[in-house]
Design a protein around this ligand. Sequence first.
Ligand code: NDP
Length: 287
Amino acid sequence: MSPQVSYKAELVGVLGHPVAENPTIVMQEAAFQALNLDWRYLTIEVLPDDLAAAIQGVRAFNMQGINLTIPHKVAVLEHLDEVASDARLMGAVNTVRREGDKLIGENTDGKGFIQSLHLDAETDPAGKHVVILGAGGAARAIGIELALAGTEIITIVNRTESRGKALVNLLNQETNAKANFVSWKNPYLLPSGTDILVNATSIGLYPDITAKPKIDYESIGPEMIVCDVIPNPPRTPFLQEAEARGAKTLDGLGMLVYQGAIGFEMWTGYKAPVEVMHNSLSATFNL
Ligand code: NDP
């Protein structure tokens, strides 16, 4: 018998606009190579009006899954067969996996954050008081997964009141967490008893990498865990201020790697080589 030959790879990828600077291909391709899997990750530019056709393409090409980035994370919901309950609460999907003929929406952003807390900071958020700066997509994903993981008190601090209050209402109505809203008055003073502080705003994002959230940094203590969602460069001025006060810090690169690792595992069924993925992104970011 002649050996079986197959030149057909399994396909996954990301749909976005603009998408050219999305680095996910780097860590997913590194993971496929490390596990010797014949899989490819495609970075695909899709305009908002073309999303429905693009999802048909995902089906027609029998792709094993897809990531969604700006501006498709919310709009994609109506094109899927099922949406996981946490992603439905968030109203946003960043990862689609295939189950037979069905496309199922998931959101791995908050899960990646929780995994980073568990594995890198060795912290269980259950019973804790978490302060989240921001109320956008990242804050929603993190807030909902924290609440589902048993976080007791969640304080949402946001500049735009309506957005912050909407997230607080969602958390109070749909989860067991006790959520409260604080309108962001500069500089924000952390309440006593804060266990974990998260910057889930886009402050510090390239190219404005010297910017930092306006909080009273003296209210950070060594007993706290301070986290940032900004992945590049990961050692943000916000985290440097926290380090200087003795707090344990978690960067956004870890969260980015874990959310990708969870997607990798959903798609391939294999355990993700997290260190390989982390190193590949660090090299790309020139760290
Ligand atoms: P959104 O645009 O949905 O939300 C941005 C948030 O930041 C809002 O709460 C906004 O407040 C706040 N904000 C922005 N600028 C300021 C400012 N100058 N002062 C006070 N608040 C401000 O963005 P996302 O939530 O989708 O993304 C936020 C960040 O998270 C991005 O940098 C993104 O790269 C990162 N991210 C990282 C991930 C990771 O894996 N590491 C995963 C997903 C996102 P307001 O409501 O008042 O406008």
